[in-house]
Design a protein around this ligand. Structure first.
Ligand code: AAL
Length: 435
C-alpha cells in the first residue's frame, strides 16, 4: 500500500513507517508549547508545526498507531467474508465440524490448510454426557484433516493428516487446533493433544480444557505424518501464568529460530470468561525443541485465537475477541514488545492466514491479504452445534493498496443490535429504578 508522503515541510509525523522510531522521538521531544499553543490546530496536517504541543489523543494518533490516518495505516483493514465451496456439513446436523484452520501454505502450485475435523454420531453433548463416541465439545473426538485449493475459494478435502493415536499416546482422545511450520524442507504440525474430553474439570489447575502441545512431522505436505510423543511446550509451574493451559500454538521463523506464540489463561478476565487470555512466545533452534520461554512472557495481553505473521522486520498480531486490547492489530518490531497499530472490527475468528513469507526469515514481511476464519454455531442451533470454515480478504499487505478496505464506518444490520437484548432480570432491575 502506498504511503502518502508530503513535502519536506510536512511534520515528521507523516514520514514512512521505516522511520517510526525517529518519528516517535521527534514527537516526544516536542518542546516550547508556548510558541504555538495559542494557535488553533491546523486544518491540514501539512501545516502542523513539529514544536506544537498536542493533546494526549492527538499525540497518541502519531505516536502509538502505525499511521494516524486509516488510509495510510498498513496495519488497518476491514475484513470481507466469502462462503467456501467444497466442504460438506451433513445438512448442518452437528455431526461434522471444521474449525481452527492453520496458516495456509502454497506448495506444488496449491494452497494447503489443516484444521480440526470432527465427524461424530451426534453434535457435542457437554462433558457430563460425553462417551467414547459422543463428543463433549466441538473439538472433542477430532482429528486433524487437510484440504487443498488452487484459488482459495473452492477446496478439496484430502482426508486425515494426523489421526487420534492409540491410547495412551498424547491426543488419543482428540487432536485439534493445528498450525503448520515449514523448516529446512520438512513440515511440522503443532497441535493440542487431549487425553480427556475437553470440559473435564482439573481441580489442581482449576481449568477445563487441558492438553499438551504435540508435534507431527512429514517430508511432504501430503504426509505421511509421524507423531513425536513428547510434550513440545511444557506447562508453567504452579503459580506461573501459563500453568493452566497451553493453547493455539502458532509457529514462525525468526533469526533462524522457531518462534511459537501460544495462549494461556491466567487470573480472571471479565464477567464472561474465567481466565485472562494472554500470549507468550517460546523459542527453539529446532522444531522439536527444546523450547525456551521468553522471560518477558506474557507478551500480549489480549486475543483469544491471536494470529501472527511477519510484517516488515517485525511480527504483526491480530487480537480478535477477549482482553483489554481486543479488536486491535498490533506490531512488535523486536518480535516481543507489541504495540497497538490499529483498532478495527469484524475480525476473523481463529483465523489461519496465507502469509507467503511466514518462514522466510527475510526481515521484510509483506503482510497478509486473505485467510480462512471459522464460524461457530454455523447452523444457529446450539443443539446441533458445529463450526464451518469461510474465507476472509483484507489489506494488511505492503504490496496491496485497496483504499476500499480502509473504511471505518461498517454498517451492521439493525437486527444485530437488537439481538443483543436485555435479560428479563436486567429489564426488571432497570424498571425498578424508574418508578
Ligand atoms: C479454540 C482454541 C483452542 C481451544 C478450543 C479449541 O478456539 O482457543 O482450540 O482449546 O477453542
Amino acid at each position: 500500500m502506498k504511503k502518502l508522503i508530503f513535502s519536506i515541510i510536512i511534520p515528521v509525523f507523516l514520514l514512512p513507517s521505516c522511520v517510526v522510531s525517529q518519528k516517535k522521538e521527534a514527537i516526544s521531544n516536542t518542546k516550547s508549547p508556548k510558541e504555538t499553543s495559542n494557535k488553533p490546530f491546523p486544518l491540514y496536517l501539512k501545516n502542523l508545526k513539529q514544536d506544537r504541543s498536542l493533546s494526549a489523543a492527538i499525540k497518541r494518533s502519531f505516536e502509538v498507531y502505525e499511521a494516524p490516518r486509516l488510509l495510510d495505516n498498513e496495519l488497518y483493514s476491514n475484513f470481507k467474508y466469502t462462503e467456501l465451496n467444497g466442504f460438506d456439513y451433513h445438512g448442518g446436523d452437528g455431526t461434522i465440524s471444521r474449525r481452527d484452520p492453520s496458516k495456509i501454505i502454497k506448495e506444488n502450485g496449491k494452497y494447503y490448510v489443516w484444521y480440526t475435523h470432527r465427524h461424530t454420531e451426534t453434535a457435542p453433548q457437554g462433558f457430563e454426557n460425553a462417551t467414547d463416541k459422543i463428543p463433549s465439545q466441538d473439538w472433542d473426538l477430532a482429528e486433524i484433516w487437510y484440504a487443498t485449493s488452487t484459488d482459495g475459494f473452492t477446496w478439496k478435502e484430502q482426508g486425515v493428516a494426523v489421526p487420534r493415536p492409540p491410547k495412551p499416546n498424547p491426543g488419543w482422545r482428540s487432536v485439534a487446533t493445528a498450525d503448520i511450520l515449514k523448516f529446512k524442507n520438512k513440515y511440522y504440525l503443532y497441535y493440542q493433544a487431549f487425553d480427556a474430553p475437553s470440559g473435564k474439570y482439573d481441580k489442581k489447575r482449576d481449568a477445563y480444557d487441558i492438553c499438551p502441545v504435540a508435534l507431527s512431522w512429514a517430508n511432504s505436505p501430503d504426509g505421511p505424518w509421524t507423531a513425536l510423543d513428547n510434550v513440545v511446550i511444557p506447562f508453567g509451574k504452579e503459580n506461573e501464568w501459563d500453568y493452566r493451559v497451553i493453547h493455539d500454538p502458532n509457529p514462525l521463523v525468526h533469526n533462524g529460530k522457531i518462534y511459537i506464540y501460544y495462549k494461556s489463561g491466567m487470573d480472571k478476565r471479565d464477567a464472561n470468561r474465567q481466565f485472562w487470555d494472554a500470549w507468550g512466545v517460546t523459542i527453539a533452534d529446532h522444531p522439536e525443541g527444546p523450547f525456551v520461554k521468553h522471560p518477558l512472557n506474557p507478551v500480549m495481553n489480549s486475543g483469544h485465537e491471536t494470529i501472527v505473521f511477519p510484517f516488515k522486520e517485525g511480527v504483526a498480531a491480530i487480537a480478535n475477541t477477549d482482553g483489554i486490547e481486543h479488536y486491535t492489530i498490533q506490531y512488535a518490531k523486536d518480535w516481543v514488545n507489541f504495540q497497538i497499530a490499529s483498532v478495527t472490527q469484524l475480525l476473523p475468528t481463529a483465523a489461519g492466514v496465507y502469509s507467503p513469507d511466514a518462514f522466510d526469515d527475510d526481515k521484510d514481511g509483506d503482510g497478509i491479504t486473505w485467510g480462512l476464519s471459522h464460524f461457530i454455531n454455523a447452523g444457529n442451533n446450539w443443539n446441533k452445534m458445529y463450526t464451518k470454515l469461510g474465507r476472509f480478504d483484507c489489506d494488511l499487505s505492503q504490496k496491496v493498496n485497496d483504499p476500499s478496505l480502509k473504511k471505518s464506518n461498517i454498517l451492521l444490520p439493525n437486527e444485530l443490535y437488537f439481538s443483543q437484548g436485555l435479560t428479563p432480570e436486567q429489564r426488571k432491575r432497570i424498571e425498578a429504578r424508574n418508578p
